[in-house]
Design a protein around this ligand. Structure first.
Ligand SMILES: [Zn+2]
Length: 830
């Protein structure tokens, strides 16, 4: 035993250190005893980590990672010298061939979402605890060799308060009352003993605990579980059938397509408070409970959630079963799971057969935006230490990465791609790989040489532009160099009887800057039909005119999304004003039937009006959106998204009259109407108080805060700002988006100027928090709608200042570039 010495910050493991450690040792198993009883009333979790491992060179030394307070540590029965424990590393001298390391540790820093978060539900004061370790936060909770290629079975024994349910990667073998003689157990407790996991990386193991509500269902031989905090029970109940069915469809699809069923009966999904996104813990995915929507979700919200469900499930194979050797392949891990998610939504029999259109409008446009900013980067890059692993985690990682995998599948043929995946999972199960292992498997299955494809797509940044003029295609790389190899389709349409008729599909495979194509006479040549490649497209003048004026007449949702996306890309590049883009989108909406395209186009039209139009056109364009949305409210399939868009843009007494009756029945809509009124200077304190009281959502206080923060009033802005950026009490995810969006109202630029400065002032201090959360904060709260040239220049100089954290720099560079483009688009139209 020893007093905890004063220590420096935990060091970040380098790739060189990880390679040396992996060459020296192999881990046989982890046995982790976790005592969570101290978390009921306090901040402390205590763990004893027992690690059995082999050493290839007896007598050599290494270190174990632990960023908690070490209480005691023995190696092969001998006490270790804790005075040399520093920077999150405990040296392990004089290793034997077979070793047993036992480290007892305690962590009291459980309120910052670094590896673990203890949350008190404000509505009922119940305590919930989650862990989430990617990339190297397991060491904050217990001692381990925290790198992805030292995989080992984990056996968890967890002591927790009697009223809690404990979830981990596998099913509990037994749950029994804790021995009353156990010194550390002062409150009634139970001991949960979990079966051994398969060999897992340290970043995908998990322990979640709290008085969760639990729903279980047996499907296709799987034992599925859903969990949420008690205050969300009614919402989880409402969505359970849908979530279970998607889970069933996903397990069947991936198991079949990958020729390898998910090998464990138990598959749990745990929805927890105050978490960003979701994490692919083996057999026990942890999600933000913001997706357990407090109002009936719209189609787009359900599609986004279904996509996350499939994404995390795809990681069970790609990430957990077969794991990247080092974090330089993290982009591939994420890009693959994102591609697989959309692929599964379309193929697995879900209702979301238009998921590729949803991806294009929501995420791919973000990928293009990031890729045209000076903060762009090649998809893959060096990751010298773990701290760099998430520095480049942005739309290029997820969205461009996903698009490039879709292009690879088109390039080699979808069947060959899937056969390559099957071989990859078969040959590397429970092991670690590099990108080349995947590419080799796909190349072998396809019988194609991919040695030039890979560097062309992965090692240079930026987006090619495919142009059609005078019957020839020109493909221009952003740096003027050789364009990437592209495989895409051109579908040609003629207008007959005022209807678009497809007359030919022309497949193209290009490796050169100029390609001759033999196209029929037509009114529209739709470039990149089916959205197979990642490239900007500019058809010939006749085609472009037809595309923009007849976007709504194209026969399928993905083609219509391509038309809207092309208009958007032209606005972003200063070729089309925001008013024209709103015009293209609202015209197409008149006949649109795809629910994902309706919601996407409504959202894009609102965004174009609020962020890309000059100040004097914001109100007239919002009026145009409101009038289109009003028309859609009579269509049962689109009623709710149309009402929401109307609430965001309502400009006349008639608009508010349309909203009055539905808002009486739908609380979410009532909040939106109050927010719009507050923005327009018509804040209704009594109505806000009454609605907050009636709302059963534990986060209703956030809605009230957001409405107050929408007012054109400095004191109200101060209150919202403190919650957002000073106290950080607004939960991550959709709550943050709501409050942030209502804070930066485009018509309040003058009033908001001081807060744009404060935004930049506070950024440097954020670097110490969880980086995923901080990245979200920077992106979501970037003041696009109100910032000016001066702000842009300050943001750029902060991004470029020495010492600015890489993740902050990256997000600022992208944000500043988007703002520059918005300023240009506003100037174009004014
Ligand atoms: Zn992922």
């Amino acid at each position: 035993m020893s007093d905890a010495p004063t220590r420096t910050e935990p060091a970040s493991l380098t790739q060189v250190e990880a390679e040396a450690r992996a060459a020296l040792i192999s881990v046989r198993r982890y046995d982790i005893a976790v005592d969570m009883t101290g978390l009921l009333d306090g901040p402390t979790i205590e763990c004893v980590s027992t690690i059995a491992f082999e050493c290839a060179e007896p007598g050599a030394s290494t270190f174990v990672d632990c960023a908690a307070d070490i209480r005691s540590a023995t190696l092969n029965g001998r006490d270790l010298d804790l005075s040399i424990f520093d920077a999150g590393r405990l040296p392990l001298p004089d290793l034997a061939a077979d070793n047993v390391l036992v480290v007892a540790s305690a962590q009291s820093d459980t309120g910052r979402s670094v590896g673990i978060l203890r949350t008190v539900d404000p509505s009922d004061k119940l305590v919930y605890v989650w862990t989430s370790f990617e990339p190297d936060a397991a060491r904050y909770v217990w001692a381990c060799f925290d790198q992805p290629d030292l995989k080992a079975p984990h056996g968890f024994v967890v002591t927790a308060p009697e009223s809690w349910t404990v979830l981990s990667n596998s099913a509990p073998d037994q749950v029994e009352p804790a021995d009353e003689g156990t010194a550390s157990v002062e409150t009634p407790a139970r001991v949960w003993t979990f079966g051994d996991t398969p060999p897992l990386s340290t970043y995908v193991v998990v322990v979640n605990a709290g008085p969760f509500v639990e729903l279980r269902r047996e499907v296709d031989g799987y034992d599925l579980g859903l969990y949420a905090r008690q205050s969300l029970a009614r919402y989880l109940d409402r969505d359970a059938d849908e979530l279970f069915e998607l889970t069933r469809q996903g397990l069947a699809w991936f198991g079949g397509q990958f020729d390898q069923p998910f090998p464990q009966r138990r598959y749990d999904q745990v929805f927890v408070p105050n978490m960003g996104g979701a994490m692919e813990n083996w057999g026990c995915v942890t999600w933000t409970d913001a997706v357990i929507y407090r109002s009936p979700p719209t189609y787009a919200q359900r599609q986004a959630r279904a996509s996350v469900l499939m994404h995390e499930m795809a990681h069970m194979w790609f990430g957990d079963l077969v794991t990247m050797r080092w974090w330089d392949d993290l982009w591939l891990n994420e890009a693959f799971a994102s591609w697989a998610a959309t692929w599964a939504l379309v193929g697995a029999g879900t209702e979301h057969t238009d998921a590729w259109a949803g991806f294009l409008c929501a995420l791919k446009l973000e990928g293009y935006r990031a890729d045209m900013s000076p903060g762009t980067h090649p998809i893959r890059g060096d990751v010298p230490d773990v701290a760099q692993a998430m520095a480049n985690f942005d739309a290029i990682t997820y969205s461009k990465g996903q698009s490039v995998l879709k292009q690879l599948s088109a390039y080699v043929g979808d069947d060959a791609f899937v056969r390559g995946l099957q071989a990859y999972f078969r040959d590397h199960a429970w092991g670690n790989t590099r990108l080349d292992d995947l590419i080799d498997a796909v190349a072998a299955a396809a019988g194609r040489d991919l040695s030039s494809w890979t560097p062309a797509w992965l090692d240079s940044a930026g987006t090619d532009t495919i142009r059609l003029a005078d019957g020839a295609l020109s493909i221009v790389a952003p740096d003027g160099g050789v364009p990437r190899p592209h495989r895409f389709d051109i579908v040609s349409y003629v207008v007959r009887d005022d209807v678009l008729h497809a007359v030919a599909t022309t497949p193209v495979e290009s490796t050169e800057a100029s390609v001759e194509v033999d196209l029929p006479e037509a009114d529209l040549h739709l470039l990149n039909a089916n959205d197979l490649t990642f490239a900007a497209v500019r058809p010939d003048a006749t085609s472009l005119a037809t595309l923009l004026s007849r976007a709504g007449d194209l026969p399928d949702p993905l083609s219509r999304a391509l038309a809207g996306g092309t208009a958007w890309d032209m606005m972003v590049k200063g070729e089309l004003g925001a008013g024209d883009v709103v015009g293209v989108l609202t015209a197409a909406l008149v006949t649109e039937r795809s629910p994902i395209v309706v919601e996407s186009f409504l959202g894009m039209a609102l965004k174009a009006a609020e962020q890309w139009a000059p100040a004097d056109q914001v109100a007239p364009l919002l009026l145009e959106v409101a009038s289109t949305a009003s028309g859609l409210t009579v269509e049962p399939d689109f009623r709710m998204p149309a009402l929401r868009a109307l609430a965001a843009s309502a400009s006349t007494a008639d608009h508010f009259e349309i909203l009055r009756e539905p808002a009486d029945h739908e609380r979410d809509l009532a909040w939106r109407v109050l927010a719009r009124r507050a923005e327009l200077g018509d804040y209704d304190e009594d109505a806000v108080t009454a609605l907050e009281k009636a709302d059963l959502d534990p986060e209703a206080w956030v809605r009230a805060l957001a409405v107050r923060g929408a007012q054109p009033d400095a004191a109200a802005k101060d209150e919202a700002w403190s919650a957002l950026m000073v106290d950080r009490t607004v939960p991550m995810g959709s709550s943050l988006v709501q409050v942030g969006n209502l804070f930066w109202r485009p018509t309040q630029a003058e009033l908001l100027k001081p807060w744009t400065d404060r935004y930049l002032d506070v950024l440097p201090s954020l670097a110490s928090g969880g980086l995923l959360a901080v990245g979200g904060l920077i992106r979501v709260l970037f003041p696009f709608a109100v910032a000016d040239q001066e702000f842009h220049d300050r943001a750029l100089s902060l991004a470029e200042a020495p010492g600015t954290h890489p993740a902050i720099r990256q997000n600022l560079l992208t944000g500043a570039d988007t703002l520059r483009r918005m300023l240009a688009a506003r100037a174009l139209s004014s």
